[in-house]
Ligand binder design. Sequence first.
Ligand code: SF4
Length: 104
Amino acid sequence: MGIRQQKAEAAARAEIERLELRAEVDIRLEENRWEYYANCLGESLESFFPSDARRVEAARKICSMCVVKEECLEYALNNREDHGVWGGMSERQRRRILKQRRLV
Ligand code: SF4
C-alpha cells in the first residue's frame, strides 16, 4: 500500500470518528453540554486568550478539529464574549460577524 493510500485511509477513518462523535454530540446538545466535547479541554486557558497573532493561530488550529466549534462560536456571539478565541474565531472576526448580523 502506497503512502498516499495510507494517508487517504487514515483521513477517512478520522472523518468517520469525527462523524460518530458529532452524532453523540448532537444527542448531548439537547442537554446543552457541548463543552464536554471541546477540543480545548486540558489546554491552558492562556492559549485561548492569546496576546499575539501567532498564538491566535495556534488556538485556531486546535479549534479547527473541534466538533463543537459551531456551538462554541454561537455561545460567544450570543454572550458577547469580547476576548479570546472562541469557535475558531478571533475577537476581530467575531466583531465582524456581529456587525454583519446587525446589518441583516
Ligand atoms: S471551538 Fe475552540 S475554543 Fe471552542 S470549544 Fe472548541 S476548541 Fe475550545
